[in-house]
Design a protein. Structure first.
Length: 372
C-alpha cells in the first residue's frame, strides 16, 4: 500500500472541501484533497448548474456577513481565472405583511450596508410585468446578488487550488480508524494510504456514513427535487436582467431566471424525504412536478403550458437548526468535521474555507453555533 504524507488531508471536493483546501494551501501548508466522484458531480450537493447568491438571512447577521465576504472572494477568483461564473440577476424576496423573516432581513441588510430596496406591489408589477403578485404585499430587492454557476464554479476552485499546489486524488476513502486518539492515515479503495498531520472531512451527505455513531443523529440528508421549465419562443423577459431570482419564503418556493438557455429553474425549499446520496433514486416524482408547476403557473400566467425541459434530484444535508457543523472530532484529536450545508451552504464556501483554516490553525475565534 503506497503511503503519501501531507500536512493536511481534506476529504471531499465539494464547495466546502475545495475552499478549505485552498485556504490551507494559501498559508504555505501541503494539502491533499480526496474526492470519490469528481468535483461538481451529479451526486453531490455542490452539483447542478446554479445556486442562489443572496445576502438576506432574516435577522442573522453572521450569515449575512459571510455571504457578503464570500461574494467578494467568488468574484476575485473568477477575475483571476477568467471565468465569469457569477450572474448578477438581482434577488427579489416576495413578502406579505405578516412575513417577519423578510422584514427583519430588510433591517439587517441596512445594518450591514448591503444594497437593498423595498418595492410596493405596484412597483413590482412595473419592473417585472410578467410576474403575478396579487398575493404579495411588498418585496425586497437585493440588486447586487444573483446566481453562481455552481458545477463549473466548484470545478474552477479545484483547478485553481491544484495550480497553487494542492494534490488532488480521485478516489474514495473508508471510514477512518484511529489508535491513541490520533489518525495516521486514511485508506482509499485503490490501495493508497493517505497520511497527514490533520484530516478534514468535508463530505456533505456522506458524513453520517463515515461517522455513523457520531453524526447519524446530527446530519440528515433529504431528497430535493429541482425542475427546469421552457419559455415561449423568442421570449427575453424571463432572462436576466429583465427577470431576477425570486424567493417566496412563506411558501418555501424559489425560482431562477433562464440562464444559459437552460430554462426557468423552480424548486421547493421544503425538506424532502430521507435520502442516500450514493444509491438514492434520482427520478423526480409526479407529485413534485405538479406542485412546482402549479406555483410557476400562478406566479407567471404566461407560462401555464410550457414544457418541462429537465429535472434533477439533489440533496440537502441538514442539521437540526440549519447551522453548519464545523468542529473537532471529540475522540480523534487531529480530525475535523465540516458539513451540514442545510440547503444554503454553497454560497458560503469561500468564507467557510477561511473560517475552517483559521480554526485549525488557531488564528480565528470560534463560533459556538457551529459546534457538533
Amino acid at each position: 500500500m503506497k503511503a503519501v504524507n501531507s500536512d493536511f488531508v481534506v476529504v471531499g471536493a465539494g464547495v466546502f472541501g475545495t475552499w478549505t483546501a485552498r485556504a490551507l494551501r494559501s498559508k504555505g501548508h501541503s494539502v491533499t484533497l480526496i474526492e470519490a466522484h469528481g468535483a461538481g458531480n451529479s451526486r453531490s450537493s455542490s452539483g447542478d448548474e446554479s445556486r442562489i447568491m443572496r445576502m438576506g438571512y432574516g435577522a442573522d447577521g453572521l450569515y449575512t456577513r459571510w455571504a457578503a465576504r464570500s461574494l467578494q472572494l467568488w468574484k476575485a477568483l473568477f477575475q483571476a481565472t477568467g471565468q465569469p461564473l457569477f450572474v448578477n440577476t438581482g434577488v427579489l424576496w416576495l413578502c406579505s405583511e405578516l412575513d417577519r423573516y423578510t422584514q427583519e432581513l430588510l433591517r439587517m441588510l441596512a445594518t450591514e450596508s448591503i444594497a437593498c430596496e423595498e418595492l410596493s406591489r405596484t412597483e413590482i408589477s412595473a419592473r417585472f410585468a410578467k410576474m403575478s403578485v396579487d398575493d404579495i404585499s411588498f418585496a425586497i430587492l437585493e440588486p447586487e446578488s444573483g446566481v453562481l454557476l455552481a458545477r463549473r464554479a466548484v470545478q474552477t476552485v479545484l483547478e485553481h487550488a491544484v495550480r497553487e499546489g494542492v494534490r488532488y486524488v480521485l478516489d474514495a476513502v473508508a471510514p477512518p480508524e484511529s489508535q491513541n486518539r490520533k489518525l495516521e492515515s486514511v485508506p482509499t479503495t485503490r490501495g493508497e494510504a493517505v497520511s497527514g498531520g490533520t484530516f478534514v472531512f468535508c463530505c456533505g451527505a456522506w458524513l453520517p456514513q463515515l461517522f455513523p455513531e457520531l453524526l447519524g443523529n446530527r446530519i440528515f440528508p433529504t431528497r430535493q427535487e429541482v425542475f427546469y421549465f421552457g419559455t415561449p419562443p423568442g421570449a427575453r423577459e424571463f432572462r436576466p436582467p429583465q427577470m431576477p431570482v425570486w424567493l417566496h419564503h412563506q411558501e418555501n418556493m424559489y425560482g431562477l431566471p433562464d440562464i444559459e438557455n437552460r430554462g426557468i429553474k423552480v424548486a421547493s425549499d421544503r425538506h424532502g424525504y430521507p435520502f442516500d446520496p450514493e444509491t438514492g433514486n434520482r427520478r423526480v416524482s409526479q407529485a413534485g412536478e405538479e406542485e412546482v408547476r402549479a406555483y410557476l403557473c400562478r406566479r407567471f400566467r404566461s407560462l401555464r403550458n410550457v414544457p418541462l425541459l429537465e429535472s434533477r434530484v439533489c440533496q440537502y444535508e441538514n442539521t437540526s437548526n440549519g447551522d453548519f457543523l464545523i468542529d473537532r472530532h471529540p475522540e480523534i484529536e487531529n480530525v475535523w468535521l465540516v458539513g451540514g450545508g442545510s440547503g444554503h451552504g454553497f454560497k458560503h464556501g469561500p468564507a467557510l474555507g477561511e473560517y475552517v483554516a483559521g480554526q485549525i490553525l488557531q488564528t480565528t475565534a470560534a463560533e459556538n453555533r457551529f459546534f457538533a
